[in-house]
Design a binder for this molecule. Structure first.
Ligand code: SF4
Length: 494
């Protein structure tokens, strides 16, 4: 389905595209003049005396919605200032809601990945909570419930944010292992499905260890300390015990110190785990593993391409406990194909029985490049708005009743019902790496395949990013160049 977009002045389109895309996820958006028979959205800004007039028009499958509003011109006359762009976003948001007869984004005109950062910025500037809520609701047009949620999350994780002085000296480390035992149906991560251990892993591991050694030397020389370490992927536990031990040898030699408070391994797929592997991780200092069922319904697990059933999740959690690993994170997804309220209820009950410290509730995002998007089409899946919203609030209710509270939050493009991914934890169960990664107040040095580093300038909390290639072969081939560039970025911080 094609939706023609005619925005005057045209350069305003970039400021509005994300909202229109969110309102009409099934449509291809194309800029240009429309013909009468097209489905189209038009917005024109024109000068009218001392006013600027916004005229909006949507015509889709015979349904027409129109809106006009005028605002005083700024002293500088008609320009595309940030203020004017913000007015245009508010105008288009209201026009889209009116056309759809519903609020398509409970976060109003906010479409970014990290909305809690706005709350932290305002708290830094000395705003009180009531004024922040008023700004979120009246200026950004969030629903009061989402405004309260953002405040709650910010209050929960603010004690973990670093001061500017600490942020110059303390970093976290991410190690990316871009291999999985099979590809999940909804996954767009272009990492490799592990087919031949020796052929696939050996060259990748040598490259990773080289990067770890060189960057580790730099960290030692520059006096940085490591607060948290996170092995993610992919699924790092596809590695055998010998190779995991080699990674931890370098981590202990060059990264982990008395200042390190958390070491996490994403052991997402139970089919990659054994008691002895978890015992090795415990001996290597791992105090948190993520065992991610997504759902505890076996039919769904089969459908989404995971090579394990729910009993193997129970078993993996049992092994982690017997190995003595203190904290367990678990991920769930709301909106999986074929799942209804009953499925969520049984999943929640079984997960609560396992007593994880952290549960992250994801809303299914239908990402380009996933098997799901290719076979089912994005719009069909994104259609289950009410059902997904009910599922998310059911889980919020049940986890808060059981003593979990939300402490980190992020959003993704193409999420069902334009919701959020929300991490819940009990009091001492917060995963500090999750907070640092989402709130972006700490430099994350990321090594390995598909690993994205973030270099934080503590003077103004601005960021620069650096991405290692996701494809293991490209990572290996460009290793020396990317190490040099990463060291250069680290030098610029000091
Ligand atoms: S385990 Fe994670 S990274 Fe691997 S295929 Fe599944 S969703 Fe993708």
């Amino acid at each position: 389905m094609l939706l023609k977009i005619d925005i005057q002045p045209p350069k305003l389109f970039n400021s509005l595209h994300d909202l229109i895309r969110m309102a009409f996820p099934g449509y291809e958006l194309r800029e240009g003049r429309y013909r009468a028979e097209d489905d189209y959205l038009a917005l024109t800004l024109s000068e009218l005396g001392e006013q600027v007039l916004f005229s909006g028009y949507i015509s889709i499958k015979g349904k027409v919605t129109e809106e006009r509003e005028s605002y005083p011109l700024s002293l500088d006359g008609f320009d595309l200032s940030p203020q004017m762009k913000s007015r245009a976003r508010i105008f288009i948001f209201r026009l889209l809601c009116k056309h759809l007869d519903r609020n398509f984004n409970a976060y109003g005109i906010l479409t970014g990945v990290r909305p809690v950062k706005i709350v932290h910025r305002l708290l830094d500037e000395g705003w009180d909570v009531d004024s922040i809520v008023a700004k979120l609701v009246k200026v950004y047009l969030l629903t009061p419930e989402k405004a309260d949620l953002l405040i709650g999350v910010a209050n929960a994780n603010r004690p973990f944010l670093l001061s500017a002085a600490k942020a110059q000296k303390q970093v976290s480390i991410y190690i990316g292992i871009p291999f999985c035992p099979s590809r999940c149906y909804y996954c767009s991560f272009p990492g490799a499905v592990l087919r031949d251990y020796k052929r696939d892993i050996s060259p990748f591991l040598e490259a990773l260890l080289k990067e770890m050694n060189v960057i580790g030397d730099y960290i030692e020389r520059s006096g940085l300390s490591v607060q948290t370490v996170y092995l993610g992927g992919g699924t790092p536990t596809v590695l055998n015990k010998t190779d995991l031990a080699r990674i931890f040898d370098v981590l202990h030699c060059k990264y982990i110190s008395g200042a390190t408070v958390e070491v996490t391994v994403e052991a997402g797929r139970p089919d990659t785990l054994s008691l002895s592997k978890l015992e090795l991780l415990k001996q290597a200092g791992v105090d948190r593993v993520c065992i991610n069922p997504q759902t505890m319904n076996d039919d769904t697990l089969r459908l989404i391409g995971r090579n394990h059933d729910s009993r193997s999740v129970d078993q993996a959690v049992g092994w982690a406990r017997s190995a003595g690993i203190k904290h367990i994170n678990m991920d769930l997804i709301v909106g999986l194909p074929g799942e209804n309220a009953g499925h969520l209820e049984s999943t929640a009950a079984r997960v609560l029985d396992l007593k994880p410290d952290n549960v992250t509730v994801h809303t299914l995002a239908v990402k380009r490049g996933s098997t799901m998007a290719e076979t089912e089409g994005r719009s069909n899946i994104l259609d289950r708005v009410a059902e997904v919203e009910q599922g998310v609030s059911f889980l919020a209710q049940i986890f808060t009743q059981h003593g979990y509270s939300p402490y980190y939050l992020y959003r993704q493009k193409y999420m069902q019902a334009s919701m959020e991914n929300l991490g819940y934890a009990q009091d001492d169960g917060f995963c500090i790496y999750n907070i640092q990664m989402i709130e972006e107040r700490q430099t994350i040095i990321a090594l390995g395949g598909g690993a994205s580093s973030k270099f934080v300038n503590a003077a103004d909390w601005s960021l620069t990013s650096f991405h290692n290639p996701k494809d293991p072969n490209s990572y290996i081939q460009t290793l020396d160049r990317l190490i040099a560039r990463k060291v250069d970025k680290l030098r610029a911080l000091n």
